[in-house]
Design a protein around this ligand. Structure first.
Ligand SMILES: [Zn+2]
Length: 561
């Protein structure tokens, strides 16, 4: 008997996410779920032609920062452009809930600083009257507004610590009582549906007024106690950004105590010297072989940051920059002109690991002299017979600190990236989608993986790459009813053309609240993106009304209600 479907994806190559070989077939969807796979003779209300295309589970991006953007952009652009149907927010411990009303501005100023988001955009976008205080209310607020794709949220150490300790969260260790309060907050969040607990010890994570983000000030016992809440819950993952005192040994201990996976950010090429990644890969594989699920996140894109010296995020972990982080705009200008500050910065750049990347920086925008655009800072400095530091500061001072630079930081050697992507102990993470909006954009990582690393470089088989984008992240993050093509699972599906899939170079647009700018990348070869049975993107365009009813669901405890 011929079946009837709501939606039929016809005539593609099915890659089911498990790593199994592609096979020709159709996919039938009913009531938001996958109803049947194979050669289907049924009728349908709507047919998506997948001839010549791959039909895969919708991609899952486990490392995003849409926590604030979700309140002004229901489409969560640009993730669905690149085939993503589920995102995880709250990474690196930078959520926005729970937050007391009195701390709202501190939370936004932390995001401004640490995630390079425009404060004006954040204030205008989230508004002054937040529709939540607790984590549970935050999830409900997202649900009420609606989103085009699914959203799961980690509960972040930083808002939890700020909630419990106020401004002192950036200054000192917590008392027993405060840790008890934090523990209750994390437990409540997990009960309300948090996917897990997230924290950061990274020295690059500098918050408001140049202070460390709250989680960086936490003791190891505090982190262990909060992560320990995962042991009592039925699921959940720990995500952490590494830093002093929080690395493999600590993760292994936490994992063994909680029996929950730890996914850490990030293992990037060049981060620990030219071969440093190899020892980490070996240790990770050895731990995993013993059943210790500690999984490094890797990225298929070079980490490059565009920045201006009015917000020098990639340089701020150097102690010489501390007075800059604390200064207002006029103060920054004064310091950049100060011979003593310049001498100190020159010395630091010449001695440190950052010297070579700094000289290799590209000048991307210099309003007074557009001819400098896309030129290498070191080359121009040599031509002019000046130090690259002095050149960068002089150009910036002449342009009201609007000169823009692009700094290659890590993951620039394709041979190392290939090794990281192919290694069985790693997982893909760190798209940082939604964060650093004006500085970088790696939300296009899925199409880059499929275009550059599968088709062009042959580093991964198509089936392995699809597994990396779907079932693997779903398994580590406890997302239980999607990530695979199988009857009964949620109908999240991405249809793409393997011969053309890819992403464009970045372009700058001004579509954020308060006219703020951001970088975006366009996708190629993504034919259709289906979320819970509804087509949200088709042939590179939104296929739903961004103001209308949207199919995305909040993934409480890893699944939709
Ligand atoms: Zn992050």
């Amino acid at each position: 008997m011929a079946e009837h479907f709501d939606l039929l994806v016809r005539g593609g190559r099915l890659i089911d996410g498990s790593g199994a070989p592609a096979r020709p077939g159709d996919l039938g969807i009913r009531a938001g779920r996958i109803a049947a796979l194979g050669t289907l003779r049924g009728t349908a209300d709507r047919v998506v032609d997948a001839d010549g295309a791959v039909v895969a589970p919708g991609f899952i991006d486990i490392h995003t920062h849409y926590d604030a953007q979700v309140f002004w952009d229901r489409m969560l652009s640009i993730s669905p452009w690149h085939g993503v149907t589920s995102v995880v927010i709250g990474n690196c411990g930078f959520g926005i809930a729970p937050t007391r009303p009195a701390h709202r501005d501190l939370v936004l100023r932390t995001l401004e600083s640490v995630e390079g988001m425009s404060l004006e955009a954040l204030r205008a976008g989230v508004g002054m009257d937040w529709p939540f205080e607790s984590f549970a209310e935050f999830l409900t607020a997202i649900e009420r507004r609606g989103t085009a794709i699914n959203v799961g949220a980690l509960v972040g150490h930083t808002p939890v610590r700020l909630y419990a300790m106020g401004e002192e969260a950036t200054e000192r260790e917590a008392t027993e009582e405060e840790i008890g309060l934090m523990r209750a907050l994390v437990r409540d969040a997990l009960r309300a549906g948090a996917l897990g607990f997230a924290t950061s010890k990274s020295p690059t994570h500098v918050g408001w007024a140049g202070r460390p983000v709250p989680s960086r000030v936490a003791s190891l016992p505090e982190i262990e106690t909060l992560a320990g809440c995962l042991a009592e819950s039925s699921g959940g993952v720990m995500q952490a950004t590494i830093g002093p005192g929080l690395f493999l040994d600590q993760f292994a201990a936490i994992q063994e105590r909680t029996h929950r996976p730890v996914s850490w950010t990030a293992l990037l090429g060049g981060m620990l010297g030219p071969d440093g990644h190899r020892a980490i890969l070996e240790q990770s594989a050895a731990m995993q072989a013993r059943g210790i699920r500690v999984v490094p996140q890797v990225s298929c894109r070079p980490l490059m940051v565009e920045f201006q010296l009015k917000a020098p995020f990639p340089l701020e972990s150097m102690s010489v920059m501390r007075p800059i982080s604390q200064a207002d705009f006029a103060g920054k200008r004064r310091l950049y002109a100060d011979p003593e500050f310049r001498r100190a910065l020159r010395e630091r750049i010449d001695d440190g690991r950052i010297g070579a990347p700094f000289r290799d920086m590209t000048i991307t925008e210099h309003p007074p002299d557009p001819a400098l655009a896309e030129r290498c800072l070191g080359d121009v400095a040599r031509e002019r017979g000046v130090h690259p530091v002095d050149l960068a500061l002089e150009l910036s001072l002449a342009a009201d600190l609007d000169t823009r630079f692009r700094l290659p930081i890590f993951n620039t050697d394709p041979a190392i990236v290939a090794e990281l992507l192919a290694h069985p102990a790693t997982m893909i993470g760190l798209s940082d989608a939604g964060a650093h909006a004006s500085q970088l954009c790696d939300a296009c990582a899925p199409t880059e993986l499929l275009g550059t690393w599968v088709r062009e470089r042959g580093v991964l088989a198509l089936e392995a790459a699809v597994w990396r984008l779907t079932a693997q992240p779903a398994d580590v993050f406890g997302i239980t009813d999607r990530g695979r093509l199988a009857p009964g699972l949620a109908a999240d599906v991405t249809v793409f053309d393997p011969a053309t899939v890819g992403c464009s170079p970045l372009r700058r647009v001004r579509d954020f609240p308060a006219g703020a700018d951001r970088l975006v990348s366009d996708a190629r070869g993504i034919r259709a993106v289906i979320v819970n049975g509804t087509v949200v993107r088709e042939d590179g365009r939104d296929a739903v009304d961004p103001e209308g009813l949207l199919p995305g669901r909040v993934l409480r405890g890893g699944r939709a209600g």
